[in-house]
Write a protein that binds this ligand. Sequence first.
Ligand code: IMP
Ligand code: MG
Length: 175
Amino acid sequence: MMADKIRVLLNEEEVNKRISEIAAQISRDYEGKKVHLICILKGGVFFTCELAKRITVPVSLDFMSVSSYGSGTVSSGVVKIIKDLDEPLENEEVLIVEDIIDSGRTLAYLIEVLKQRNPKSIRLCTLLDKPERRVKKQVTVDYTCFTIPDEFVVGYGLDYDQKYRNLPYIGVIEQ
Ligand code: IMP
Ligand code: MG
């Protein structure tokens, strides 16, 4: 197997430092409340754990797995729920935790679906944002750790063909 060459974009220390800052901001914003984190599998799992450990208000966790419908290059924007949440969202202060917002199609659809379950509030937190790639302009991100250029990144939950999710940093595969 040929090893890919990976250039470090954001090292482990930088990522963890930034997650601590965002966790502190979330802890302030949700003072006196419980925050219900929804981890979007699989990519969001590393970020969700690191974030949750640093939030000081009460936290509950649930998990959801989604995939784009169809395999064409142009996504319809409709996502298929592979694994739904275990718990209802009624009266919850929901914070969706994603690895990356790219076109925004996944989140635009997901937010509409989750809103129908009557949460008290719904916000979005992402490790990475690639705003240059956004198609769904209505997706507003409440908490962003890093805004990055239009490059394909791996690590910290992000994969290339299911590989490299476990890298403790964020890197770019060199061509
Ligand atoms: P969106 O619906 O286009 O915003 O899709 C976001 C999803 O595409 C993410 O949850 C990732 O699974 C995947 N994705 C987008 N950009 C990257 C990348 O640079 N590396 C790895 N996965 C990516
Ligand atoms: Mg992926």
